[in-house]
Design a protein around this ligand. Structure first.
Ligand code: GRF
Length: 195
């Protein structure tokens, strides 16, 4: 069964783009109906060009209550039943994680439970993986709860790390896999819903 997805982003939104393209090509049944960012992220341009509602809800420029209220209002307006975090750097408010329990997923650019937790984002992750002399890395898609990178793992994909990999080359390798893994994870959830 299909989901009505709200995607949350903070950056370039390449994962969101991959999901949108799978959806347009009907390789997944679900639809992105809303995109929320915490700032004027460049990743908002593509969904906006497709006519999808985009909203910037910055945390620091408004009282917490307002920050939560605006999200709740939009999620309700668009009948969202799955939240997909795609490079969103803020923590979701508890009001939202409680309401969407087991219906929020996130993508992390390493093989959790290793290399997760607070401060483990962006290049920090790939640097830590290289420094630890790991043989493999790859994206993890997991459910989101109140604790960073803590929820149940839905899907992982592995890529081999070669001796000449740098954090930068590793990031590129992992990102390529992310763009395949995230739509695949959504498809898995669609199939779970049918059973
Ligand atoms: C990805 O590396 C993802 O794993 C992490 O944030 C990054 C988002 O990249 N959570 P993009 O904005 O989708 O290009």
């Amino acid at each position: 069964m299909k989901y009505r997805i709200a995607a949350y982003i903070s950056g370039s939104g390449s994962n969101l783009k991959a999901i949108l393209d799978y959806s347009i090509q009907k390789k997944i049944a679900s639809e992105v109906v809303l995109v929320i960012a915490n700032k004027d992220a460049s990743g908002l341009e593509y969904p906006a060009s497709l006519g999808i509602e985009t909203a910037v809800i910055p945390r620091k420029e408004m009282p917490r209550k307002e920050f939560v209220r605006r999200q709740e209002e939009l999620l309700k307006k668009y009948n969202v039943d799955l939240i997909v975090l795609a490079g969103y750097i803020r923590k979701l408010p508890k009001e939202v994680t409680d309401k969407y329990e087991n219906r929020i997923i996130n993508i992390h650019p390493a093989l959790l439970p290793k290399f997760g937790g607070k401060g483990m984002y962006g290049m920090n992750v790939h640097r830590a993986v290289i420094e630890a002399n790991e043989k493999y890395s790859g994206p993890t898609i997991h459910f989101v709860d109140d604790i960073y990178d803590n929820g149940e793992i839905l899907l992982q994909k592995k890529v081999e790390i070669s001796i000449d990999d740098t954090p930068e080359t590793l990031q590129k390798k992992v990102l390529e896999l992310e763009h395949i893994a995230y739509p695949e994870a959504i498809k898995l959830l669609e199939e779970r819903r049918e059973n």
